[in-house]
Ligand binder design. Structure first.
Ligand SMILES: Cc1ncc(COP(=O)(O)O)c(C=O)c1O
Length: 339
């Protein structure tokens, strides 16, 4: 393995030694196989390719100061993948198979877990797709489940420095009764026009509004949104966003720090009353937002004017990342050591 520069890793794909795969055929899951190939043989009529019958997950393993590798809330990812599978009518991956695959692939690639203190982690990407051939629009009868890992740095390269975002009104990521709550590829394809435009204009990401009324904040590209005011963590409730495991955890972390938390609809105008704002997710961790621009309304909302993240954001960040790295007591029982 060529020496990786752990401190400068992008959020991107780097080849590791092994991945694991499993097929669902004739009504049952087969054995988990280990592969060193980065490729899969896919039927030209697979429903995953044609009709978007696919779902994925994103989670991380962290190297602790004590040399132990820990995974954050893998059971929540397993449950969400079952929910997503149901959302596009796929056969779900049983939680036990998910667990076995995730821990096996980490163990096989332990040398790729970035060192403690580097700011990088091992990203774990479970994927499920319809691999059976169909030409009519219907669910496949065969599925492939695979998990690969890749070492990554934070998604927003700025790390814990503030990022700027743009409100997008001309693209909807997901419809109110659509697939927004599922982690399926179609939602990401639908978000690309807006994301690419935001990047071209110099923003780190786009903020999507609710598709029905365009009145409320939905989420920040591939991360959930939160705002802070009066020692309260406020995050959108919406029928079309991915329920972030990081966000759900931050609500509990907030409670443990004496910070109130509210999950409710967040009108766009409320952005002017927040003293801090941020994006949260497995990849984003907590990315403080410096500025939100709403070009259609000619509005700019500014947070952390001195270029530094706010106090409440930092308290939440330090506790969550401390738990993940094994530096802070895991009072919630979220971490599983990879044996
Ligand atoms: C659209 C979207 N929202 C939010 C999140 C954050 O969710 P989590 O904290 O479970 O990673 C992600 C991805 O990870 C995402 O893709």
């Amino acid at each position: 393995m060529e020496q990786l520069n752990w401190k400068c890793l992008p959020f991107g794909y780097i080849k590791t030694d092994y991945n694991v795969r499993c097929r669902y055929r004739d009504g049952k899951w087969g054995d988990l196989e280990v592969s060193s190939s980065e490729y899969i043989d896919v039927h030209i009529a697979a429903t995953g390719l044609h009709y978007g019958q696919e779902a994925f997950e994103g989670m991380k393993a962290y190297m602790g100061r004590d040399g132990k590798v820990r995974v954050f809330r893998w059971d929540e990812n397993a449950k969400r993948m079952i929910l997503s599978a149901g959302g596009v009518k796929m056969t779900p991956v049983p939680e036990e198979l998910f667990r076995e695959a995730v821990f096996k692939v980490i163990n096989l690639n332990k040398k790729f877990v970035p060192p403690y203190g580097s700011g990088a982690n091992l990203y774990i990407r479970p994927l499920l797709f319809g691999s059976g051939a169909e030409v009519g629009v219907k669910p496949a009868t065969e599925y492939t489940f695979l998990v690969f890992v890749t070492p990554v740095g934070p998604y927003f390269r700025e790390g814990i420095s503030p990022v700027n975002m743009m409100i997008c009104r001309d693209v909807d990521r997901a419809a109110p009764l659509g697939t927004g709550i599922f982690k399926v590829g179609g939602n990401y394809a639908a978000s690309l026009r807006a994301l690419v435009k935001a990047k071209e204009l110099g923003y780190s990401s786009t903020i999507f509004l609710d598709a029905r009324e365009k009145k409320y904040i939905d989420e920040c590209g591939p991360a959930n949104f939160f705002g802070i005011k009066d020692n309260t963590y406020i995050t959108p409730k919406s029928e079309s966003i991915l329920n972030s495991i990081t966000n759900k955890s931050l609500i509990e972390v907030a409670g443990s720090l004496g910070i109130r938390a509210e999950r409710r609809r967040v009108p766009v105008e409320e952005l002017s009353s927040f003293t801090e704002a941020g994006a949260c997710g497995t990849a984003a961790v907590i990315s403080p937002i410096g500025k939100i621009v709403d070009p259609d309304k000619n509005m700019i909302y500014e947070y952390c004017k001195d270029g530094k993240p706010g106090e409440v954001t930092m308290k939440l960040y330090n506790k969550l990342v401390g738990i993940q790295n094994g530096d802070v007591e895991d009072e919630f029982g979220w971490m599983t050591v990879v044996e």
